[in-house]
Design a protein around this ligand. Structure first.
Ligand code: GLA
Length: 385
């Protein structure tokens, strides 16, 4: 007759944490673009829109379904095999990464629903990946802390999706707090919360509804250009900096003749954007929204001219805002080549301005524009059911 304690433990182990609900938000970046993988500062907050995952252990094969009508079946015990359906690789990548930590992961069902538009540059993919890792971590008693989740999530993007992204999205999704931005130093992963109180202003996202194909390939090219620029700047200045964000303007200038024109422009952008992110945190803290708005425009023109990650649709939307007094700042947001612009706009003006810009955008490109009012929301939430 087995010991009662053993039966009880077996019962607890198998039946506790059978089901979890995870709400994983999108992220908005106020400023500090393409600085994360250069070890610089970013100033993001979470969005009050999220991906929701209902995950439950099952003894059968796993089944994942989405409210968009996609679904997939698989057995977690099978070896990883890349899928031809792009989105499935996020799921399969997560499982393969978790299996490196614990070989026996349980099969599960997962229902995904979302209020977060995908492909809009507000990090729906990181929300999905972080949410799934968090939920499966709880169901499989993996005790993952946030830094481990960030590492696993980046592995998924790097190894299974092929985008060499930084840590901004994951860090924000896991650590965000309502009505706060996070000033994150991506070199040492230290952060400060900055209160957001925009008063009569609001964050408005304008989604181009465009994702150019070259988005991920150009992203990886930028990562490489920055790495090569850093090597040259280090060698000319006899330094050993680990990240491009650490170099001074004098050091960049000294290396100018040894850098390609592109590498020089990328370095200047990273240097300036990093300063803008630090200054913006201070301006937001002291409610100097007019000056913050100016930095947003500067960030956009840096991303357009020196970093070259904008596109005509994003430029059009930013240009349109310049005639409205009620808009203090606008810029493209995220990786670029499509997705959203972020705008700081007077609440009372939103309706009229959006209607006008929507019409102009449709007239110029024949594409519908989506407008999202973004409230700084809280980070990931898990409830055991
Ligand atoms: C994408 C990446 C982030 C960051 C931004 C650009 O969203 O996932 O890590 O590099 O682009 O700031």
């Amino acid at each position: 007759m087995p010991d009662k304690n053993i039966i009880w433990h077996f019962f607890l182990f198998n039946f506790i944490n059978m089901k979890v609900n995870v709400k994983s938000p999108g992220r908005v970046n106020l400023i500090g673009e393409h600085t994360d993988y250069n070890g610089g500062y970013v100033l993001p907050c979470a969005l009050n829109l999220s991906i929701e995952l209902d995950i439950e252990k099952t003894h059968e094969n796993s089944f994942v379904s989405t409210d968009l009508g996609y679904s997939m079946h698989f057995d977690v015990k099978s070896d990883f095999k890349k899928s031809n359906n792009h989105w499935e690789n996020y799921i399969l990548g997560v499982i393969n990464e978790l299996k490196q930590i614990k070989s026996q992961i349980d099969n599960f069902t997962c229902k995904i629903s979302s209020t977060l538009p995908s492909g809009a540059g507000i990090s729906s993919s990181s929300a999905l990946v972080c949410g799934l890792i968090k939920g499966l971590g709880v169901l499989n008693n993996l005790n993952l802390d946030n830094s481990e989740i960030i590492k696993l999530s980046r592995n998924v993007e790097h190894k299974y999706i092929g985008v060499l992204g930084g840590i901004m999205d994951q860090y924000t999704i896991l650590n965000a707090k309502e009505n706060k931005a996070i000033l994150l130093n991506c070199e040492n992963v230290k952060s400060k919360y900055i209160d957001i109180n925009f008063g009569e202003y609001e964050i408005l996202l304008l989604d181009t509804n465009i994702k150019h194909n070259l988005a991920s390939s150009e992203y990886n090219i930028r990562v490489k250009e920055c790495k090569l620029a850093l090597e040259t700047i280090n060698s000319v200045n006899k330094k050993n900096y680990k990240n491009l964000s650490q170099v001074s303007i004098d050091e960049i200038t000294k290396a100018k003749n040894n850098l390609s024109e592109k590498q020089y422009k990328r370095s200047i952008f990273v240097f300036e954007e990093n300063i803008r992110a630090i200054q913006s945190a201070e301006l937001i803290k002291t409610n100097n929204l007019i000056e913050f708005g100016k930095l947003m425009y500067q960030s956009h023109y840096g991303l357009k001219n020196n970093y070259e990650v904008s596109c005509k649709e994003l430029d059009f939307l930013v240009k349109q805002t310049e005639i409205y007094d009620g808009i203090l700042g606008a810029r493209m947001m995220g990786g670029g080549f499509g997705g959203c612009t972020i705008n700081l706009i007077k609440k009372n003006d939103i309706e009229d301005v959006v209607a006008k810009i929507k019409k102009d955008y449709k007239d110029s490109y024949g594409i519908n524009l989506n407008a999202i009012i973004a409230k700084p929301g809280s980070g990931i939430k898990v409830s055991k059911l």
